[in-house]
Write a protein that binds this ligand. Structure first.
Ligand SMILES: Cc1cc2nc3c(=O)[nH]c(=O)nc-3n(C[C@H](O)[C@H](O)[C@H](O)COP(=O)(O)OP(=O)(O)OC[C@H]3O[C@@H](n4cnc5c(N)ncnc54)[C@H](O)[C@@H]3O)c2cc1C
Length: 458
């Protein structure tokens, strides 16, 4: 390709954001080209099959938190199938004093649970009457302590944040990290009151699709990525590329990259970036350092993801979604997902597939351990937590992420403003990916549609 060629939209990244953007552009008949340094679509989404186990080394489960993720599956009928979590996998366990306790889902269970203190259970009755917070940059810890009490922070929100962000409620800012929760207080004056009122509000057809059920794709999340790739047209993708660089060129952008030792160049009216924030200076060398610094300062959690497969399971009953471990418990693992309970055909009959996470913002140091040390820690922790008489894993995989999950902390407001400023200054230049608009897979599909619509309506 050379500069004589032009394309309406060039997308950098074939992860879920780039694939979703490509999908919605293709649906609207708008032409595009996707570049990725990897050899395959999906970005961090990677499903593997080995000796009867089907396991993920990136995200394991998503939540149907946007109608766009459902729309993707609807559009991909025949190519890939949405799989929602097994009915028997609803229970979520939280570790307290070394024991797994189910997170209560009803009033009676809520009254009886040992997870929260008696004082905080009584205090919760007053939650709807507590006054609204006034500091938009109050930390999540601050918000939860103020409205619900310390024990709810320690044994509900802290483990939830570990599960979603591998994060720390002391530094996450609800306005950016959990905007729905933040808005419940701001719009309705109460989490409980707001949640009840919202239940009775009339929902649009799109909102009805947002079931908040846990999902995957049948056979693993890579099937979703591959189906999107196929449907968007394989000819519109270039893999194994290096050093993509963007420069303004009149009303267009000149994009260059290397592939197998050759330099390629193309003109594009729109350029969508879907990678991580720290990649921006190399891709957009013309953007002022002062602006870039306000985006590249985004903090990412380091994670080690460990996949354990057992041909024969001899530990505790895996009757739930999995278990999360509050930071107060001071363990060396963050939590365990019961993947073979959640989804069909992930492990041999009578066997089990578990995903274990280590690291996160509060325990980054542990990610410096060698593979051998990680194995020892996991063996010790999982044998104890899952009451395994012996630890005989038939599958043991370690995947490391140095920049796994972006943390929407206090600098996020300035980051979002700077991105908007750049986009205004350079029409057609769009900065996407999980540095903005949420970190989950449902958020990525939603952003992909939004980006495609911005391009189509330009
Ligand atoms: C370990 C882990 C666990 C997770 N767990 C969950 C979960 O349980 N539920 C959930 O909803 N979400 C989870 N997430 C988050 C979710 O997976 C991501 O937000 C989402 O998949 C990101 O998609 P993306 O396309 O924005 O980015 P990516 O998947 O990172 O894709 C970006 C793509 O762009 C390419 N790229 C970037 N820069 C360049 C460049 N300069 N040149 C060429 N190519 C480039 C990369 O190669 C990559 O393929 C998890 C993430 C990780 C890492």
């Amino acid at each position: 390709m050379n500069t004589n060629e032009s394309i309406h939209t060039l997308i950098i990244g074939a992860g879920l954001t780039g694939l979703s953007t490509a999908h919605f552009l293709q649906k609207a008949g708008s032409n595009f080209l996707v570049l990725d340094r990897n050899s395959h679509p999906g970005g961090v989404i990677q499903t593997h099959t080995e000796n009867g186990f089907v396991y993920e080394t990136g995200p394991n489960t998503g939540v149907i938190g946007s109608s766009e993720i459902v729309e993707l599956f609807e559009d991909l009928q025949g190519l890939c199938e949405l799989e929602t979590a097994n009915e028997h996998a609803q229970k979520r366990y939280i570790l307290k004093n070394g024991q797994w306790e189910p997170l209560p889902s009803g009033l009676m269970a809520g009254i009886k649970t040992p997870l929260f203190s008696l004082k905080d259970k009584f205090r919760l009755l007053g939650e709807p009457f507590r006054s609204k917070g006034k500091n938009p940059h109050e930390s999540l810890s601050g918000l939860v302590k103020r409205r619900m009490g310390q024990s709810f922070l320690d044994y509900a929100i802290d483990p939830f944040i570990i599960g979603v962000y591998a994060g720390d409620p002391d530094i996450l800012i609800p306005k950016y990290a959990l905007p729905k929760l933040y808005n419940l207080e701001q719009d309705y004056g109460s989490f409980i009151g707001g949640a009840i009122k919202k239940q009775f509000q009339k929902k649009s057809e799109a909102d009805k699709k947002i079931t908040r059920k846990v999902f995957s794709a049948k056979g693993g999340l890579s099937n979703l990525a591959h189906a999107l790739y196929e449907k968007a047209g394989k000819e519109n993708f270039r893999f194994n590329i290096a050093n993509p660089t963007v420069q303004p060129n009149g009303k267009q952008y000149k994009v260059s990259w290397q592939h197998e030792g050759e330099t390629h160049t193309i003109l594009a009216s729109n350029v969508v970036f879907t990678g991580s924030s720290f990649e921006l200076p190399e891709v957009y060398p013309f953007l002022p350092k002062n602006d870039l610094d306000k985006i590249t300062n985004l903090l990412y959690a380091k994670i080690i993801e460990i996949t354990l497969g057992f041909n024969r399971w001899e530990g505790i009953d895996l009757d739930g979604f999995g278990g999360l471990i509050p930071s107060k418990e001071k363990r060396d693992v963050l939590g365990v997902l019961f993947m073979s309970t959640l989804f069909e055909d992930r492990a041999p009959k009578d066997g089990a597939l578990l995903t274990v996470f280590m690291g996160g913002i509060r325990n980054e140091k542990i990610t410096e351990l060698s593979d051998e040390q990680v194995r020892e820690v996991v063996k010790r922790e999982i044998a104890d937590l899952m009451q395994l008489p012996g630890f005989q894993a038939n599958l043991f995989k370690i995947t490391r992420y140095r920049q796994a999950i972006p943390q929407y902390e206090v600098s996020s407001g300035v980051r979002f403003e700077t991105i908007e400023k750049i986009e205004k200054q350079y029409p057609g230049l769009l900065l996407g990916g999980n540095m903005r608009d949420g970190i989950g897979m449902a958020d990525r599909a939603k952003q992909g549609k939004m980006l495609a619509e911005l391009i189509i309506n330009r």
